[in-house]
Design a protein around this ligand. Structure first.
Ligand code: SAH
Ligand code: SF4
Length: 366
């Protein structure tokens, strides 16, 4: 596909055409990554943030957000919950902090999680922009994937949705650092941001290929009460919902063998949002395993689903819903992106021809 064809998909309102696109994307997914769905249990361990992204409900200057921080014990218990229930991986996510105390705490937690799960639980981090040294420390401590959304690949739009001291260039250089450090790197964008055009979203998809990502986590933009962005334009939920599904399908068609998440924000717009995401080409789901008492405080946007997914019976209903789509859950598997291994192989061939030794990943595969 070229940019024109991607724009055509994103701008189309023709139901038959969209149906065919979802069908093709599903076929590509089946051929390139299979029909297993991998879980990443997400632990939103703190909503304290030093940044002020204009769209976000937990940005530093929000006076509405009730700040919290989970204890080490609560975080370890949540990780053990994931491990015992056969989730192959977890995601540790929080507001952005880069002070020494935070960096050291995350490092220690990573080591402890790896130890208590006998190296079997995969760990993804989603902790924002950090120095190369911090990324390395966390990688050595046991994290092997990192999610850092570019939010939009259009630098002007990026400037519009962030305060002046937030830098687009820094974000790009963080993505490069993550890759150099050895992580499987995920990025993504918000879909339906005020001022964003179908051409911008097509550029986003092409950007993902240019930076050669391994994973994608994209979701619809949703307003957050009291944020500087809330009143910026009329919010049409159905529009953002269908656009997000079309983005998943177009990304699958264009990038083929990467992991794509069907995100919580999709579920916020429709109870079946995540299953529809799977049908449009996604292959990863991130069930929320944050203790229920904290969920109302981690409101990046309004109407975030707070389903009590960490009850055993709810896990069963999620499994049933996935089976109804015709797919199976990849229990106890990391479900790494096939693209990452191809990328690694390419790098090895290049490096061996330059006669440089290549460092092995320290993580075992289940
Ligand atoms: N602080 C970290 C991780 C938490 S925020 C970081 O920023 O990377 C994770 C993601 O939530 C962000 O990348 C952003 O894309 C998404 N998000 C924040 N506010 C949102 C909103 N109003 N609508 C949709 N997604 C939002
Ligand atoms: Fe903080 Fe992330 Fe929200 Fe930005 S998007 S304000 S970094 S939590």
């Amino acid at each position: 596909m070229d940019k024109k064809e991607i724009v055509e998909i994103l701008a189309s309102e023709d139901k038959n055409f969209i149906h065919d696109i979802f069908k093709s994307a599903y076929e590509v997914k089946t051929a390139k990554v299979g029909t297993k769905v991998y879980y990443r249990g997400i632990i939103e361990f703190s909503n304290i943030c030093t940044k002020n992204c204009s769209y976000c409900g937990i940005r530093k200057s929000s006076t509405i957000a009730r700040r919290y921080e989970m204890t080490d014990e609560e975080i370890l218990n949540s990780a053990m919950f994931a491990y015992r229930n056969g989730y192959g991986s977890i995601v540790l996510q929080s507001g952005e902090r880069s002070d020494d105390e935070f960096v050291g705490r995350v490092e220690k937690l990573l080591k402890r999680i790896k130890r208590i799960t006998e190296n079997n639980l995969g760990i993804t981090l989603s902790l924002g922009e950090q120095t190369r040294e911090t990324y390395s420390r966390w990688f050595r401590a046991g994290a092997h994937r990192y999610l850092l959304r570019i939010e939009t690949s259009n630098p002007f739009l990026y400037g519009d949705i962030h305060p002046k001291d937030h830098s687009f260039e820094r974000r790009i250089s963080c993505l490069e650092d993550l890759k150099k450090t050895g992580y499987q790197v995920g990025t993504g964008v918000m879909i339906g941001i005020p001022g964003q055009k179908a051409e911008d979203l097509a550029d986003d998809i092409m950007f993902f290929k240019t930076i050669d990502v391994d994973m994608l986590g994209m979701g619809p933009y949703l307003p957050s009460k009291g944020s500087p962005f809330e009143q910026r334009c009329e919010f049409i939920p159905e529009r953002n919902y269908i656009l997000a599904l079309k983005m998943i399908a177009a990304a699958r068609l264009y990038l083929e063998d990467i992991n794509i998440a069907s995100t919580t924000a999709l579920q916020a717009l429709s109870p079946e949002g995540r299953e529809q995401g799977l049908k449009a080409g996604a292959n990863v789901i991130m069930p929320n395993i944050t203790p229920v008492e904290y969920r109302d405080s981690y409101l990046l946007y309004d109407n975030k689903p707070r389903a009590d997914e960490n009850k055993e019976d709810c896990l069963k209903c999620l499994e049933k819903r996935i089976e109804l789509v015709g797919e199976d859950v990849g229990y106890n598997e990391w479900g790494d992106s096939p693209h990452f291994f191809k990328r690694l192989c390419g790098k090895r061939i290049l490096e061996s021809s330059a006669q440089t030794p290549v460092q092995n990943s320290q993580n075992n595969m289940v």
